[in-house]
Design a binder for this molecule. Structure first.
Ligand code: ADP
Ligand code: ZN
Length: 528
């Protein structure tokens, strides 16, 4: 990391082409690099694939000393360092995978000024010993990657990140750059405050990924739906399929393979060598599908992923956007497709309520889930909703399912009142609460053991909902849950009136719900 003559801008461009082999900066890269190379602090919000790495790598090369990169992704450090070394950059990492001798060698290199970049995890950096070491070295800058981990409100909070605020005082002359692909206003504010970056320049890129088509379908035998999508729109193309559990990862991968879609499983329970092998094959070979838990994808840079599919509901919009963002990094048309159903909503609620987090943690988790559900149930442009979530206004995109085939809606006020009445009557007159199945049986007036035992046929709500089919009730209920008109509660996910039930019961608001589209209907025709 030494200086060459010329303005920072010209020198940055020279490094970009000589070291990295690219001929132009993208988006805010040039401005960020110039600012940080000149000694300024920066907070950078840029979507996945936007090119954050160069924003600290090039200033590290332009400034005297070593750029220290703080990242929580210990598993990726060796790969990142290898990639840098391959282009002639002197890079190393310090983490728990090194033995004491190896760590000592890296420390010596640092002190001797022989490193351009040094990666480490936050828990390592905040040790007195490490801070002391860094004080004796020449530091070009601190880059705080995945900076949203400092936000307690966020979906990926890591307490160790809070310790990074010491850098402001301990290294007053060293520029700091915080980077993230998560950009809600709250997260942005927390990064600025918790990292003590009040003096920083802020760079907020557009989060739009116009080449990605967003589609969310009601779940109706999700695997078949997925197979139809692959066969009709992405045959022989690379894709990522996300599932919640390790078991469904294995099952879906096997199921696809049996149907001539080459697919590999990836989850944290697999042997590290197998995992590594599958990841490498996915990167190297054409047209492989990887079926994975969310353990897969951080730091994966494959430009031609043509689709990302979710077979289970993600826990937050941040997660969803990060995962879908792995599609189409090359700018070519790509699909972000998801199937979700009533069961997803209920089981995630149960999972949150039954978890052992603090009340604050559960409140956050619920509000993340609610935002995700609102996206699923929107009858307007999905992209507008997504971008608004990240604080960006936009016009309907014309390239999402709701734009391409606007959902039909119906006046569901009376149906919602019937549903709520059923919950209220069962609770008041029988002291009983039920999950979705039994409630719908009551509305349809279908006898079973539980209804005979509870004498449900004597209730005024018995059989008042026969104008809808069971399937239509499930569709309506999913939307009522998403809007907080009905809520799933407790370990069994029993249904109760939600916080938004009042105005519906009193008839103050007209409730418009969407009619479920038939699966697959909103697909784009190939080549269009
Ligand atoms: P992020 O960390 O924001 O997800 P990366 O830094 O990994 O993104 O960059 C994504 C991809 O874009 C990488 O393959 C990177 O080499 C490439 N890239 C970044 N900047 C440029 C540029 N100015 N020109 C061409 N390719 C670039
Ligand atoms: Zn749209």
């Amino acid at each position: 990391a030494a200086g060459a003559p010329g303005g920072a801008g010209a020198r940055a461009l020279e490094v970009l082409s000589r070291v990295f082999g690219y001929d132009a900066f993208r988006g805010d890269q040039a401005a960020i690099i110039e600012h940080v190379a000149g000694g300024g602090d920066a907070v950078v919000l840029m979507p996945t694939g936007g090119g954050k790495s160069l924003c600290y790598q090039i200033p590290s090369l332009l400034r005297e000393g070593t750029g220290v990169v703080i990242s929580p992704l210990i598993a990726l450090m060796a790969d990142q360092v290898a990639a840098l070394e391959a282009v002639g950059i002197r890079a190393a990492f310090l983490n728990s995978t090194l033995d004491p001798h190896e760590a000592q060698a890296v420390e010596q290199q640092l002190l001797a000024g022989e490193l351009d970049l040094l990666y480490m995890a936050p828990e390592r950096l905040v040790l007195q010993r490490t801070l002391g070491l860094l004080q004796r070295a020449r530091i070009a800058l601190f880059a705080i990657d995945e900076a949203h981990c400092v936000a307690q409100w966020g979906h990926d909070f890591r307490p160790d990140y809070l310790g990074l605020s010491v850098l402001a005082e301990a290294f007053p002359g060293v520029p700091r750059i915080a980077l993230t692909a998560t950009a809600t206003r709250q997260t942005h504010e927390e990064i600025t405050r918790n990292l003590r970056m009040e003096q920083a320049q802020h760079y907020v890129s557009s989060f739009d990924r116009p080449n990605i088509q967003y589609r969310i379908e009601p779940k109706d035998r999700a695997r078949e739906q997925l197979l139809r999508l692959i066969r009709a729109e992405h045959p022989g193309e690379a894709g990522i399929v996300y599932c919640l559990s390790r078991r469904s990862v294995e099952e879906v991968a096997a199921w696809l393979s049996e149907r001539d879609v080459p697919a590999l499983p990836y989850h944290a329970g697999l042997d590290a060598r197998v995992r590594q092998h599958h990841q490498e094959r996915f990167l190297r070979e054409d047209g492989l599908v990887i079926v994975a838990t969310i353990a897969f994808g951080m730091g994966i840079d494959k430009p031609d992923v043509r689709f990302v599919a979710h077979l289970d509901l993600p826990k937050s919009i941040e997660g969803y956007y990060q995962e879908t963002g792995r599609a189409g990094r090359d700018g070519q048309p790509s699909t972000a497709w998801m199937a979700y159903g009533l069961g997803d909503v209920v089981s995630q609620r149960k999972f949150i309520d039954g978890g052992d987090g603090s009340e604050q943690f559960k409140r956050n988790a619920r509000s993340h889930l609610d935002a995700m559900l609102a996206l699923c149930e929107t009858v307007t442009c999905r992209r507008v909703q997504l971008l608004r979530y990240f604080g960006q206004d936009s016009e309907p995109c014309g390239n999402c399912d709701t734009c391409l085939s606007p959902p039909k809606t119906w006046d569901a006020t009376v149906a919602a009142q019937k549903m709520l009445s059923a919950l209220i009557r069962l609770d008041r007159e029988r002291g009983q609460k039920f999950g979705s199945g039994q409630i719908i049986e009551v509305l349809l007036g279908r006898e079973n053991d539980r209804s005979r035992q509870g004498r449900h046929h004597e209730l005024s709500v018995w059989g008042i909902g026969t104008e809808l089919s069971e399937r239509e009730w499930r569709t309506a209920l999913r939307q009522l849950l998403a809007r907080g008109i009905v809520e799933a509660e407790g370990d069994y996910g029993v249904l109760v009136p939600g916080p938004q039930a009042g105005p519906v019961l009193s008839g103050e608001t007209v409730l418009e719900l969407a009619v479920d589209r038939a699966p697959g209907k909103a697909s784009r025709s190939r080549g269009a």
